[in-house]
Ligand binder design. Structure first.
Ligand code: EPZ
Length: 421
């Protein structure tokens, strides 16, 4: 199995292009099931999660064609040949549970595996199911699968989420697009991914208002049509690469990066003494004053500080001056990177959802591994600042969500390579 080896200490300079957003693209792909006409997605990131979603859609009867070296994807669900999303795929990719809404809306029935456990928390799907039931679907749990049916079609309703769920909002949106009448989604996710999904659905003929606010209204239509849509830049990849010069020193321009996608995160970097500036082509991040300063962080739904950037911020805080407190409020088990960072000399105390990090002057390289995508990349970032060699194993986590990570970082001067064991 491959590993990534990082030799720390090299300051970074140059530019990194930001890819299309993984989590956005996955949901856009599931929306292709809503129409028999082709949906063309541009700026598709070349990632294993995207390939997994493509194979799920193919198993449902959707044709998937990749063009332009994999960056353009044409999806055509002429007819739904099979409305069963198998456990073998759903267990690998939780986002695949988001085919439930489109399948029931278009096909009247669907059988979708429950995703099961996850390294970062329980990650239930009860609110996805509540939303579908509010829209008139009958749901039954059997053999680990959700059997959903709405033979007479879905009907618009008020869906009031008790707390923000990104995937739940997106499943509700795609289902409501073809429901009869009006759906109001309250306490809706305001994440850029959800806004981009609304934009794509609108281009396909859906009637949606309120995207980007916590109340979204969907006026159901009889049918959607094909469209061409450009996937937004990946704000989590962007935030991750913003940490790279902040932790290693130097100055990097992140091409295509948009500050409005990472406002809360950029404010924290600024408070930590990292220079962040918008440029004509993206965002320039520089750290020329030595160590960052400690800042406190509480994760929250958008526009708050993204949970998907908490591990990367923790890596930065490991070498910051002072003590920072990081509070994780979205997932109950999202500090799995802390013990690995401690193997590199970090001083971290975790109590429940709160981690106290006391910055040290220098981390030292070590063999490390992590249990999820963002935790893994935080170890790569820590390796950029560590003395000696850091070997990160379980690279398949990184392949799920970071396009050409090694190439992008070595392009700005990082000493990083992928090795086969
Ligand atoms: C999305 O997951 C992202 N994944 C996650 O990114 C991200 O961390 C998360 O949103 C929060 O921003 C994709 O978009 C594919 P939620 P999602 O529903 O939709 C609880 C990454 O690293 N909940 O907003 O699954 C849930 O357990 C990944 O790229 C229920 O209790 O997140 C969590 O505590 C990791 N019942 C909270 O809500 C439900 O039915 C928020 O989860 C649904 C969610």
């Amino acid at each position: 199995m491959d590993s990534i080896v990082v030799k720390g200490g090299a300051p970074l300079s140059g530019e990194i292009p930001i890819s299309g957003a993984k989590n956005t693209c996955l949901k856009l792909m599931s929306a292709a099931l809503l129409t028999e006409q082709p949906l063309t997605l541009m700026n598709v990131p070349r990632l294993s999660d995207i390939r997994t979603m493509a194979s799920l859609l193919e198993s449902l009867g959707c044709e998937v064609a990749m063009l332009n070296n994999g960056q353009v994807m044409v999806l055509r669900a002429g007819n739904i040949a099979n409305a069963k999303a198998d456990y073998e795929i759903v267990r690998k990719l939780r986002a695949s549970f988001n085919v439930l809404g489109p399948l029931v809306a278009r096909n009247g029935t669907a059988v979708v595996s429950l995703p099961g456990g996850c390294a970062i928390g329980a990650r239930k799907v009860d609110l996805h199911m509540m939303a579908l039931e509010r829209l008139g679907a009958t749901l039954e749990l059997r053999d680990g699968y959700v059997h959903a049916s709405a033979p007479g079609g879905l009907k618009g309703a008020v869906i009031d989420f008790p707390f923000v769920t990104v995937g739940g909002t997106e499943n509700a949106l795609t289902a409501a697009a073809l429901a009869k009448g009006t759906t109001v989604i309250k306490n809706a996710a305001r994440e850029p991914d959800t806004v981009d999904l609304c934009k794509c659905l609108s281009a396909m003929g859906a009637q949606i208002s309120g995207a980007g606010t916590s109340e979204i209204t969907v006026q159901g239509v009889d049918a959607l049509h094909g469209a061409t849509h450009q996937v937004i830049p990946d704000r989590i990849e962007l935030g991750t690469f913003m940490v790279a010069p902040a932790i290693a020193g130097g100055s990097v321009e992140l091409l295509g990066g948009r500050l409005d996608l990472v406002t809360a995160f950029a404010e924290k970097l600024d408070a930590a003494g990292v220079q962040v500036a918008e440029t004509e082509r993206g965002i320039q991040v520089s750290q020329t004053n030595g160590r960052a300063r400690a800042v406190d962080v509480v994760t929250a739904p958008f526009p708050g500080f993204a949970t998907d950037l908490q591990a990367q911020m923790m890596a930065l805080m490991c070498t910051a001056e002072g003590t920072s407190v990081l509070e994780e409020t979205i997932f109950e088990n999202r500090f799995m990177h802390a013990p690995e960072l401690m193997r590199m000399g970090a001083q971290i105390d975790v109590h429940g959802g709160v981690a106290k990090v006391t910055g040290v002057e220098r981390l030292t390289g070590a063999p490390v591994m992590a249990t999820d995508l963002r935790a893994s990349v935080s170890l790569i970032l820590a390796g950029l600042a560590a003395e000696g060699e850091t070997m990160v194993s379980r690279v398949y986590h990184l392949d799920r969500g970071y396009e050409r990570l090694v190439r992008k970082l070595s392009g700005v001067g990082a000493k990083i390579e992928r090795v086969s064991a």
